[in-house]
Design a protein around this ligand. Structure first.
Ligand code: UDX
Length: 449
């Protein structure tokens, strides 16, 4: 089939590459001429495992262009995958979706299907249909379909090629038939429903995962108080197929471009119907508190952070990405800087993005060892392999006082005990050798003046 993809962002690019891989001819449209030029030269503007290989392999079936009108005129199916940024009140800004719809309507010279893949509030499909009708130039029939995606950063190509399901929200059998021509080569199960239900699937699924994380984080907090171990608890829970073991990792909360935005958007959507989504509200509140939980724990050892040397390991919202949007590290570093700590950070991928948020206020280190050398406290915010594999005894050897606060449970409690460090993690017993604690208090007293 001839398919146009509006938006060469993260979702659009992965979608275009995977559709080409399955034999379709794809024209990927973006307004950013620099990005299009980069893609034309065979390079990917984002890092996503397997993406560049797919782009290269399917070069002949893939075209990148800024000429939306030409692409939309040519295509049988147009997939809208433009950004839907969040407004300060939690609502979704549909400006780019509207622009794409208008351009499609003006360009179309034959019947076609428009599939909305961007995450959009329920009812947006109807709105897109109206925008198209208002701007349509030719007597053609343009069907609007909802087709949400479930891509995770770092595994997006795999998530699309081997998705658990293809969700299609269609309003006619004809649109269903066309969309199945697009996706049949993937040989995946379909969920076919009406447009609004399909739009709802995306929010309901993502927000459910966010709820699951906030729930397990609260259970972890209680585990700490009653002396239980969250890892054993989740192992016991996760084997129940009704619960499942995924998204049960306790930590310092979720970040990224989706969960924080989608929870707010769903809450906002329900509020618009005079309905308060209390579970979602609670999940958001729990997440905000959880993000700075380690700071509170650190305060049980130090009165304030002023003048302390603080190492921060991990900046991104999860491993395998350079994305720091809504990452728990940001809220924590902000508190540390505000209180006058000297912050030294290390991250294998997120430092360039972090430099746009914290310019000269923090020191960027090229190794873990460099970041922790002579530090009074070390925080771990992302579970990078490099951190998990870092010899835990090095904290005792290199830090001034080895107080390690680990928000992602990177080390076993036994290894922490053997290493002779103070080790605070999430949902597990604290490891606190009396001698190290005494040394820490003396040192901090001196430094805090
Ligand atoms: C998510 C959804 O998984 C995906 O389906 C959707 O399309 C976009 O949003 P992504 O934001 O890339 O994907 O990351 P994900 O792997 O889901 O992690 C989100 C956040 O939750 C991260 O900050 C991660 O650290 C946290 N998380 C995840 C936990 O704290 N515990 C877990 O068990 C799982």
């Amino acid at each position: 089939m001839d398919i146009a993809v509006a938006g060469a962002g993260y979702v659009g690019l992965v979608t275009a590459a995977c559709l080409a891989e399955k034999g379709h001819k794809v024209a990927c449209v973006d307004v950013d001429a620099g990005k299009v030029a980069l893609l034309q030269s065979g390079k990917s503007p984002i890092y996503e495992p397997g993406l560049e290989e797919l782009l290269k392999k399917n070069r002949e079936r893939l075209l990148f262009t800024t000429d939306g009108a030409a692409a939309y005129r040519w295509a049988d199916v147009i997939i809208i995958a433009v950004g839907t940024p969040e407004e300060p009140d939690g609502s979704v800004n549909l400006r780019y979706v509207r622009e794409a719809a208008k351009q499609i309507a003006e360009a179309a010279e034959k019947d076609c299907v428009v599939a909305v893949k961007s995450t959009v509030p329920v009812g947006t499909g109807d709105q897109v249909e109206r925008w198209i009708e208002e701007n349509r130039k030719n007597p053609v029939h343009i069907e609007v379909v909802a087709n949400p995606e479930f891509l995770s950063q770092g595994t997006a190509v795999k998530d699309m090629l081997y998705a658990s399901r293809i969700v299609l929200g269609v309003e006619s059998p004809q649109a269903e038939k066309v969309m199945k021509e697009v996706y049949d080569p993937f040989a995946l199960p379909y969920v076919v429903t009406d447009r609004k239900s399909a739009e709802m699937v995306k929010y309901a699924a993502n927000v459910f995962l966010a709820l699951k994380i906030s729930y397990i984080n609260e259970i972890a907090n209680v585990c700490e108080m009653v002396g239980a171990n969250i890892e054993d608890v989740t192992a016991g829970m996760g084997m129940d197929p009704r619960i499942g073991s995924q998204f049960l990792r306790a930590g310092i909360g979720y970040g990224g471009s989706c969960f924080p935005k989608d929870t707010k958007a769903l809450h906002w959507l329900a509020a618009g119907c005079d309905y308060e989504l209390k579970t979602v509200q609670a999940a958001m509140e729990v997440n905000e508190k959880q993000k700075v939980k380690l700071i509170e724990k650190a305060r049980t050892y130090v009165n304030h952070f002023c003048g302390l040397e603080v190492a921060v390991l991990g900046l991104t919202f999860k491993p395998g990405t350079d994305d720091i949007r809504e990452a728990p590290s940001l809220a924590n570093i902000a508190v540390l800087l505000e209180e006058g700590a000297n912050v030294r950070v290390w991250d294998p991928a997120g430092m360039e993005n972090a430099k746009r948020v914290f310019q000269k206020e923090v020191v960027y280190c090229s190794t873990i060892a460099e970041a922790i050398t002579n530090a009074d406290i070390c925080f771990i915010f992302t579970e990078w392999q490099e951190i998990r594999q870092f010899d835990i005894r090095q904290y005792a050897a290199l830090m001034k006082t080895p107080l390690v606060l680990d928000g992602r449970n990177c080390y076993s409690l036994d290894s922490a005990r053997e290493a002779g460090i103070i080790y605070e993690s999430v949902g597990r017993e604290r490891v606190c050798p009396a001698e190290v604690r005494r040394r820490l208090l003396e040192n901090v007293d001196v430094r805090n003046g």
